[in-house]
Write a protein that binds this ligand. Structure first.
Ligand code: SF4
Length: 312
């Protein structure tokens, strides 16, 4: 059976000879379709409605590989987790369960996450019974205004219903993926992050990355300072704070209520997601890092981060 795997994951197990600055601690897999995913997400190179190469997810190449070949070598990667991401295609739920069954058999003790768009409740329970311990939900768009345009054919309400079902089945082991910079405003983004936490789930934060051949290829990446603000808000929401305790509205913009000591919240700037999900340079070049894949890298750039958050 063919799957796609991120080039960093393949390099970590020695199947690709490329230089990786930081090793992924999760092995990232994606369901395969030569024509891509039948959903119409405007930002995603996997969408069959975009002319982009189907070899990519965000800015990272994901070559196709036989699952058995990958699994034969997976021990060499020293991974702490495997993440399988679904795409929309005929019978994708059944295929995802088949892949997990094989992963569980061959990958043995490595915990498994599934990143997905809404699936049936029956499938969620099947994931659980097959040993999946975390679910990622690709909500992506944090605005009711633009959701339908950017993420057809999905509906925002269906996602919220699904997120609640995920929490029922997986408790707090649910990470809702949100991409900052798709055209929402800061209040909308912060409000949706708070709603995720109020629903009992967590946020996995991404920054928008324009990819050639997608409908949003000309949209710029968000300002790094604004992204830092969202990372700080996510950090405090995850610690149980309410949005109104973290920020105030100021002339249509949101501002932090208190000064932040960067050294006290270093983990706010790490990649957020399931345990051991570090997605190295998934939505950035190593020269301008949005999500840091490791604490030593945060430490290395701590003064730069401090400068970026100075006026928030
Ligand atoms: S947070 Fe990371 S490991 Fe979890 S589903 Fe999302 S990409 Fe996969």
């Amino acid at each position: 059976m063919l799957v796609r795997a991120s080039i960093g994951s393949l390099a970590a197990i020695g199947l690709y000879d490329v230089n990786v600055d930081v090793k992924p601690t999760t092995c990232y897999l994606l369901q395969y379709s030569s024509s891509g995913c039948s959903a119409g997400c405007l930002f995603c190179p996997q969408s069959s409605s975009n002319t982009s190469s189907k070899e990519f997810v965000s800015r990272v190449p994901w070559p196709a590989i036989e699952l058995e070949t990958l699994l034969y070598n997976i021990g060499l990667g020293n991974f702490s987790r495997i993440c399988l991401q679904t795409i929309l295609k005929k019978d994708f739920e059944k295929e995802a369960c088949d892949i997990i069954r094989i992963l569980d058999r061959v990958g043995s003790n490595i915990p498994i996450s599934v990143g997905t768009t809404p699936v049936s409740e029956e499938t969620l329970h099947e994931f659980r019974s097959l040993g999946v311990d975390f679910i990622g939900v690709g909500l992506d768009v944090a605005s009711n205004r633009i959701f339908d345009k950017i993420k057809a054919p999905f509906k925002m309400e269906d996602f919220w219903t699904f997120i609640k079902k995920c929490v029922n089945v997986f408790n707090e082991h649910v990470y809702v993926h949100l991409i900052y910079g798709l055209g929402e405003n800061d209040s909308e983004f912060a409000y949706h992050m708070e709603k995720v936490y109020e629903t009992g789930a967590n946020v996995a934060l991404f920054s928008f990355t324009p990819i050639s051949g997608t409908k949003l290829e000309h949209l710029p990446q968000p300002e790094i300072e604004k992204y830092r603000l969202m990372q700080i808000i996510r950090y405090f929401l995850s610690k149980g704070y309410k949005l109104k305790e973290i920020v105030r509205e100021d002339d249509g913009h949101i501002k932090l209520k208190t000064n932040i000591n960067v050294h006290e919240i270093k983990s706010a700037f790490l990649t957020s997601g399931c345990p051991a999900c570090n997605r190295p340079f998934y939505n950035e070049r190593p020269t301008k890092i949005y999500n840091y894949p490791s604490l030593p890298l945060v430490d290395k750039e701590i003064e730069l981060i401090n400068e970026q958050i100075r006026n928030l």
